[in-house]
Design a protein. Structure first.
Length: 92
């Protein structure tokens, strides 16, 4: 991993942990998303979206545009996918 990837990975681990994901799983998800970034395959996690609210249960504020239920199960938010409603922003 280069410096930018390490920084992004650490930020993701912290973000996922704050959203209630156990540290070991947060690390696995961050590594998985690093691979998605490298492949530029367009896959994202709901956990990285500014439109995801809550913390187990999670709620998608753009569920209609995304074509998903408003209330999202845990497995769903931890699964990389393509989403037309995905938005990034000040993700801390």
């Amino acid at each position: 991993m280069n410096g930018d990837e390490l920084t992004a990975c650490q930020a993701r681990i912290e973000r996922y942990s704050r959203r209630g994901i156990e540290e070991a799983q947060a690390e696995r998800l961050a590594d998985l998303m690093k691979d998605c970034d490298r492949q530029a395959n367009g896959l994202r996690l709901c956990l990285d979206c500014t439109r995801l609210m809550g913390n187990q249960p999670w709620r998608c504020l753009s569920h209609r545009a995304a074509g998903v239920p408003r209330d999202l199960p845990g497995d769903f938010v931890r699964t990389p996918q393509r989403c037309l409603a995905f938005r990034t922003g000040a993700l801390t």
